[in-house]
Design a protein around this ligand. Structure first.
Ligand code: ATP
Ligand code: LTN
Length: 338
């Protein structure tokens, strides 16, 4: 009897905001993981551009960022034949379900979100309602596809918890409507830290460009940023408490070479930080080189990009509209006759 093959593959949904340069933190913490899940799971990925306008965007730059992020994620290895990869604003079910879910999300719950508190403090002149209800749109993204698992970095865990609460609340009132998703947080690369302040996470919106490596940085910039990375005064390549800078560089080196901490410590036993930082820089450059080459080809091929995001949006719409219709019916809206 065939069982293994006929079993439904688990559904994975994830998204990333096209809010600027994609960093090594985004890549090692989130994207690399997405790529490796494509065969084992039924994956759907998106660029969360509706989320991005919670912070004011300059239209021409925003458009360019979205297209570049799309090409870069294809270059990283997303295969839209296997995993629909669409632009959130192209699939209208997302904002429709987000509105409904807003009415099942409590003010107090949204007020507790640390990302809201952080971003409100950072953009004090524009604390808009979208920034506040950001998590209900994120819940809509996930719940529309009946996702079982959501791969995200550790910083998104709180939003995932809220998504689960919203799903359980809705299911509790109307009967089983949504799959309650689990977060899928990778152990390795879960948190890549800033190269300049290794107690803070590496972030693409950091004002200091030396704090992050962008996936599209030139080799000489990557080398310079790694060589200038903040470390400690012990000058001994081993991980340990109070050695945030070295722990972080070892984490990065381990992600790009596949070596364990023990193997790294052995490799640099009688060497100083200078040699180690150079080796980290070189390994990162080599790891990113094929991605940068593929990106250079893809970004020139606008027709291909358009074909990929259009076909993906069509697939995403046909899946998500089923969930949306179910929700509308349960809430009591009159079904649309068109
Ligand atoms: P911003 O600076 O605009 O807040 P960001 O660099 O923190 O952006 P996001 O767009 O919020 O990135 O996150 C995209 C994905 O990358 C998420 O899944 C997030 O968890 C992951 N991620 C972001 N930064 C890191 C990091 N330093 N280490 C590991 N994963 C990260
Ligand atoms: N909030 C996420 C991006 C995001 C997302 C999602 C992630 C939007 N919708 C759905 C997972 C699932 C972020 O800022 N990293």
């Amino acid at each position: 009897m065939e069982t293994a093959n006929t079993e439904r593959k688990k559904v994975i949904f994830s998204a990333i905001q096209p809010s600027g340069t994609i960093t090594l933190g985004n890549y090692l913490g989130a994207l690399k993981n997405w790529i490796s899940l494509q065969d084992e799971y039924s994956c759907i990925f998106a660029l969360a551009d509706l989320h991005t306008i919670t912070v004011r965007q300059e239209p021409a730059k925003f458009r360019r960022n979205v297209l570049e992020a799309y090409a870069l994620l294809l270059a990283c290895g997303i295969d839209p034949e296997k995993s629909p990869f669409f632009i959130q604003s192209h699939v209208c079910t997302h904002s429709e379900l987000a509105w409904v879910l807003n009415c099942y999300t409590q003010f107090g719950e949204l007020q507790r979100m640390t990302q809201f508190k952080d971003k409100a403090a950072k953009h004090a002149d524009n604390v808009n309602a979208g920034l506040f209800t950001y998590p209900s749109l994120m819940a809509a993204d996930i719940l529309l596809y009946q996702a079982d698992l959501v791969p995200v970095g550790a910083d998104q865990k709180q939003h995932l918890e809220l998504t689960r609460n919203i799903a359980e609340r809705f299911n509790g009132i109307y009967g089983r409507t949504f799959t309650v998703p689990d977060a899928y947080i990778p152990l390795q690369g879960a948190r890549i830290m800033s190269l300049q302040e290794p107690t803070r996470k590496m972030s693409k919106s950091d004002e200091n460009a030396n704090a992050y490596v962008a996936v599209l940085d030139k080799p000489e910039d990557i080398m310079r940023k790694c060589r200038r990375a903040i470390t400690d005064s012990e000058a001994c390549v081993r991980c340990g408490e109070g050695k945030d800078g070295i722990n972080n560089l070892m984490g990065i080196y381990s992600c790009v070479t596949g070596l364990s901490n023990g193997q790294i410590e052995k490799e640099f036993e009688n060497k100083g930080y200078g040699d180690f930082k150079t080796a980290v820089g070189e390994a990162v450059v080599e790891h990113l080189r094929p991605i940068q080459e593929r990106y250079a080809d893809l970004i020139k091929n606008r027709d291909y990009l358009e074909q990929c995001y259009t076909e993906s949006a069509q697939k995403a719409l046909s899946i998500s509209v089923r969930t949306l219709n179910k929700v509308m019916k349960k809430v009591g809206f009159i079904p649309r006759a068109f």
